[in-house]
Design a protein around this ligand. Structure first.
Ligand code: C2E
Ligand code: CA
Ligand code: CA
Ligand code: CA
Length: 279
């Protein structure tokens, strides 16, 4: 081992320095692209695997920077969240995607849902919630075709006003889905107390299929629990036909994943939907 480093040396650790400045660069650059409206959105179909049918699409954000290249939302969304940029980003996304979605609905007649990932902090933001309601109203999308995906989050569910907001949105007809189900802290306890329509089982559990019997057992019990509480249940990250078959056999019809479709442009979605092509 080398000799003990001084505090100063640690402070100027070049590796740390590099990652700190990358976060800062991302923060600055992201601010600019949000203001200019230069983010892109892709859509990943949700499938009812018994009917082999697209029942909805989830909106995911994409960002390609001229120097940094493709930056994953898994990296930039947390930065946007901690630096207060999610309201702007999500407003812009809603505005853009609801308009496209309403054009699609007018052109053809898509009855499925459009699902948005909404950072939990935004449920405390009255201006944002008002904007959401008005945008859905303005684009004349039936409320029951809007799904809000919220990451399992103890803070959200213990904040009374946020829960009331969710209740109101559901009374209007919007659907609420718990994203990444099974990875958070409070998992089962709040399911019968809080206003949700659907759970999305995290890819972690789908990956257990044919791999780990105990993991499979947990997955199956989550599906049973959801079914017995009359909640919709969707498995994320389905990549193989074995996983699909296992899920179907165990009462989980709704799926999403590369086995069916990767996230794609809305144009591509429309084509698949209207040509009724499913693998
Ligand atoms: P998520 O909401 O759980 O979305 C699913 C992620 O898994 C997406 O990654 C999707 O492309 C990926 N995925 C889907 N099927 C498969 C599969 O079969 N195999 C594998 N390996 N991956 C699959 P993506 O687009 O990179 O997004 C990562 C996360 O970033 C999302 O996880 C979500 O939490 C967040 N995110 C993305 N866009 C937005 C956004 O506009 N707003 C907010 N609040 N969060 C977003
Ligand atoms: Ca999601
Ligand atoms: Ca998820
Ligand atoms: Ca996730």
């Amino acid at each position: 081992a080398k000799k003990k480093q001084s505090a100063k040396a640690v402070l100027y650790d070049p590796v740390m320095h590099e990652s700190v400045s990358r976060d800062l660069i991302i923060q600055q650059e992201l601010k600019r692209v949000i203001e200019r409206g230069e983010l892109e959105f892709v859509y990943q179909p949700q499938i009812d695997a018994t009917r082999n049918w697209i029942t909805g699409v989830e909106v995911l954000t994409r960002w390609t920077h001229p120097v940094l290249g493709r930056v994953s939302p898994a990296e930039f969304i947390p930065i946007a969240e901690t630096s207060g940029m999610m309201e702007k980003l999500t407003r812009y996304q809603l505005e853009w995607c609801l308009r496209k979605f309403s054009e699609w609905k007018q052109q053809y007649s898509f009855e499925g849902v459009i699902a948005f990932n909404i950072s939990s902090g935004l449920f405390r933001n009255k201006n944002f919630i008002a904007f959401l309601e008005e945008a859905v109203f303005e684009y004349q999308i039936p409320f029951n075709q809007i799904e809000l995906e919220i990451t399992e989050n103890i803070q959200l569910f213990s904040h009374r006003e946020s829960v009331q907001t969710l209740e109101r949105l559901r009374e209007m007809g919007m659907r609420v889905a718990i994203d990444d189900f099974g990875t958070g802290y409070s998992t089962l306890s709040y399911l019968n107390q809080f206003p949700v329509d659907k759970i999305k089982i995290d890819k972690h559990f789908t990956d257990q299929i044919m791999v780990d019997e105990k993991g499979e057992a947990i997955l199956v019990s989550i599906v049973k629990l959801a079914n017995s509480l009359n909640l919709d249940v969707l498995a994320e990250g389905v990549e193989t036909s074995e996983q699909r078959d296992f899920l179907l056999m165990n009462g989980c019809d709704d799926m999403q994943g590369y086995h069916f479709f990767k996230p794609m442009t809305l144009e591509e979605c429309k084509e698949f939907y209207h040509e009724r092509v499913l693998k």
